[in-house]
Design a protein around this ligand. Structure first.
Ligand code: HEM
Length: 140
């Protein structure tokens, strides 16, 4: 489970993410495609606005970290999209790394070590939920 301390930090950063979310996720995709060009093909048919959709998902997660069951329906919908383009478990650490790096790029000194550590824990917690859901969909 996520620690109370992590949940508090993640919730406290929701307003910053609301303000800077798209800037962060835009930077994230820039890093993703530069540093891991092999991931580009997964997004070959993706429509515009992907940075907004990812930012919205991240903000919803931060806001609902105490009530993750509320995210259930959107987790299933996103997992189905991921499975349709063949996202795999090994992609999650890659996206985690570039997302955390993008937060540091955009937030600068206000992204303290505590904030980055809390988000790292929270991201991988969410990633495990997606990975499990997607593995069960791949088996169908
Ligand atoms: C916890 C991490 C992640 C979150 C919160 C997340 C969130 C999302 C969201 C909100 C969408 C849009 C769904 C829609 O259009 O309705 C999406 C689509 C997508 N995601 Fe993720 N994602 C995550 C991890 C990943 C990873 C690791 C990859 C692999 C590099 C990935 C690749 C994609 C692709 C390719 C699409 C577009 C599918 C399409 O064009 O239909 N995502 N994701």
């Amino acid at each position: 489970m996520l620690s109370e301390n992590t949940k508090e930090i993640v919730k406290a950063t929701a307003p910053v993410l609301q303000a800077k979310g798209v800037e962060i996720t835009t930077r994230m995709y820039e890093r993703l495609f530069n540093e891991y060009p092999e991931t580009k093909e997964l997004f070959a048919n993706t429509k515009d606005g992907q940075a907004e959709r990812l930012a919205n998902a991240v903000i919803a997660y931060a806001q609902n970290i105490d009530n993750l069951e509320l995210l259930g329906p959107s987790v299933v919908a996103i997992a189905k999209k991921h499975v349709a383009v063949n996202v795999q478990a090994e992609h999650y650490p890659i996206v985690g790394n570039v997302l955390l790096a993008a937060m540091q790029d955009v937030l600068g000194d206000s992204a303290s070590e505590d904030i980055i550590d809390a988000w790292k824990e929270a991201y991988f917690f969410l990633a495990d939920i997606f990975i499990e859901k997607e593995q069960s969909l791949y088996k169908l």
